[in-house]
Ligand binder design. Structure first.
Ligand SMILES: NC(=O)C1=CN([C@@H]2O[C@H](COP(=O)(O)OP(=O)(O)OC[C@H]3O[C@@H](n4cnc5c(N)ncnc54)[C@H](O)[C@@H]3O)[C@@H](O)[C@H]2O)C=CC1
Ligand SMILES: O=C(O)/C=C/C=C(\O)C(=O)O
Length: 505
């Protein structure tokens, strides 16, 4: 059980390594308020992305553990130990959780960087603060959930209330482990549900740690269970469970499809899917901030080593400024400090796994084989460390190149050109995905037309990743459906009940 409170973050590589050595690494499931081994006693190996070495062995939950966790969550839901608390009490407890996460932010950052290979500075400045922010946002929102009074005859009162769904199964990925978890867990809990969370097998530790903090904050046992394990075992069993009311998921398209099949084959549980993307960033020649556009073109895809569902992986630049603009992007990319994730100065760390690294390298090779011209990077770096590092890479491609269509989920930026507005929107929309999109222009009319023309759940004009928790996040087409963030995500975890009462004398 974690015990440390506010710590001063180490500001050297040696200091971070010493802090990590001092940590107790979470490795057990959290079910009914207890840290438990898997029922079978099996574990899975958790490897470091930074150097490929074994970090620890974590409980490998399977069907039996999922049954226990869902049973615990159901009991907690039905007896009302959480749902029936006054909203102001639940709010206070979730704020207390956010306070504890803040107190433990350095440990959470260390665990996140250790598990994923992301730079410690990103974990400290982005992942963990955003996870805390989500917790606070939904703590604050939960006592503002009002129902409606519906038009009725005079001797009748008809009203509509939002009721929690019951047991929510949350399945999250490894690219922003705690951040993605709290996008789902915080609104689901705020609405009064119980949650069974399955973290990705590469990145279970911050969720396990935070579930312990939730107990300390006063979230009753059983209300938030965490079952680490393999996707095909724990994740599959959760998705097929007859007593889970909803699966909320972020991850790959193939698993998203599988979750829908599992729902259809079991109890028709709701499914909310946040899947991948091939997001375009369009740069018009009339932009008066081409330096800003270049910085966003680079960081829009290289942040988190490109492992972001909204990665701006297609740069669409107006033909007339192509060469000058691409030179600017390359200049920015060359300043990115690739290095040891535990060095606080590092801006770009390791990819999650050997598999993910090889996927990125394969795509770079295929892109070139299909005529793409490599402009930067394209190779594995820091290989002597044993970790999984790919250089920020840029390719000039044609529209029929595989890199114009398929998600790489790695640090690979593909450059395409367009001639006019309609050409830009046509190319931008020419994928199966529709998650994020961006436009750089100084023409307000063009910005408005682009916002309308782009088929995406998110459109950012003159800035990439420009929204926060207050805006809904999610996609159209094969990027999925359902939204995280904002009040829309809160209501996603509720059902509507319409009541009509006669008071005729
Ligand atoms: N939209 C996003 O943010 C993400 C997209 N991806 C995409 O997916 C590709 C493969 O990455 P993976 O880690 O393999 O993604 P994935 O979709 O397999 O994993 C995401 C989560 O689903 C779970 N899962 C896996 N198989 C499952 C099953 N049969 N039933 C239920 N849950 C299951 C995993 O354990 C993990 O918790 C990446 O290269 C990337 O293109 C991956 C992670 C996040
Ligand atoms: O915008 C953010 O804060 C991060 C979003 C990342 C994802 O949803 C993802 O990569 O899955």
């Amino acid at each position: 059980m974690p015990v440390s409170a506010l710590q001063t973050p180490a500001d050297t590589l040696e200091g971070v390594l010493a802090s990590i050595r001092a940590l107790t690494l979470p490795d057990k499931a959290v079910i009914e308020g207890m840290e438990v081994l898997s029922a079978s006693g099996r574990t899975f190996d958790n490897f470091s992305s930074r150097d490929g070495k074994l970090i620890n062995k974590i409980a490998a939950c399977d069907r039996a553990d999922v049954d226990a966790a869902v049973h615990s969550a159901r009991q907690a839901f039905e007896d009302g130990r959480w749902r029936a608390l006054a909203p102001k009490v639940r709010k206070k407890i979730l704020h207390r959780l956010a306070d504890l996460m803040t107190g433990h932010a350095e440990n959470l950052s260390l665990l996140e960087s250790l598990d994923t290979g992301k730079p410690i500075s990103d974990a400290r400045n982005v992942d963990i603060p955003l996870a805390i922010n989500s917790t606070r946002y939904y703590a604050e929102a939960l006592d503002k959930v009002y129902g409606e009074v519906a038009p009725s005859p005079e001797d009748r009162l008809s009203y509509v209330v939002h009721e929690p769904l019951g047991v929510i199964g949350a399945i999250v990925p490894w690219n922003f482990p705690l951040h993605m978890a709290m996008w789902k867990v915080a609104p689901a809990l705020a609405m009064g549900n119980s949650v069974v969370l399955k973290p990705a097998e590469n990145s279970s530790m911050t969720a396990l740690y935070t579930a312990q903090l939730a107990l300390e904050a006063g979230v009753p046992a059983g209300v938030w269970n965490v079952i680490p394990g393999l996707g095909g075992e724990a994740g599959d069993a959760l998705s097929r469970h007859m007593d889970v009311d909803m699966i909320t998921f972020t991850g790959s398209g193939p698993i998203g499809r599988q979750l829908m099949r599992a729902s259809a084959d079991s109890n028709l549980k709701r499914v909310s899917l946040e899947l991948g993307g091939k997001s375009p960033q369009i740069v018009f020649a009339d932009s008066d901030d081409l330096d800003g556009a270049a910085a966003n073109a680079a960081w829009g895809v290289f942040y988190n080593q490109g492992q972001v569902c909204t990665a701006a992986s297609r740069l669409l630049v107006e033909e007339t400024i192509k060469d000058a603009f691409v030179a600017k992007v390359i200049a920015v990319a060359k300043t990115i400090r690739v290095g040891d994730p535990f060095d606080p100065k590092t801006q770009f760390g390791a990819m999650i796994s050997e598999r993910q690294m090889n996927t990125a390298l394969d795509y770079i090779e295929k892109g070139q084989a299909e005529g793409g011209k490599l402009l930067l990077g394209g190779e594995r770096v820091r290989s002597e460390s044993g970790g999984y590092y790919v250089a920020p890479s840029l390719l000039d491609i044609a529209q029929d190149n595989i890199l114009a269509q398929e998600e790489v989920f790695g640090p690979v930026l593909s450059v395409l050109t367009f001639n006019d507005e309609q050409d830009a929107y046509r190319i931008a929309n020419n994928t199966i995905y529709g998650l994020a999109s961006g436009v750089w222009t100084s023409n307000i009319g063009k910005a408005m037309r682009a916002a309308k023309a782009l088929k995406a759940g998110l459109v950012w004009v003159n800035g990439w990743d420009a929204c926060d928790i207050t805006s809904p996040f999610g996609g159209v087409k094969q990027s999925g459906f359902g939204r995280d963030r904002s009040l829309h995500a809160l209501y996603k975890y509720a059902d509507l009940k319409a009541v009509s009462i006669s008071f005729k004398a």
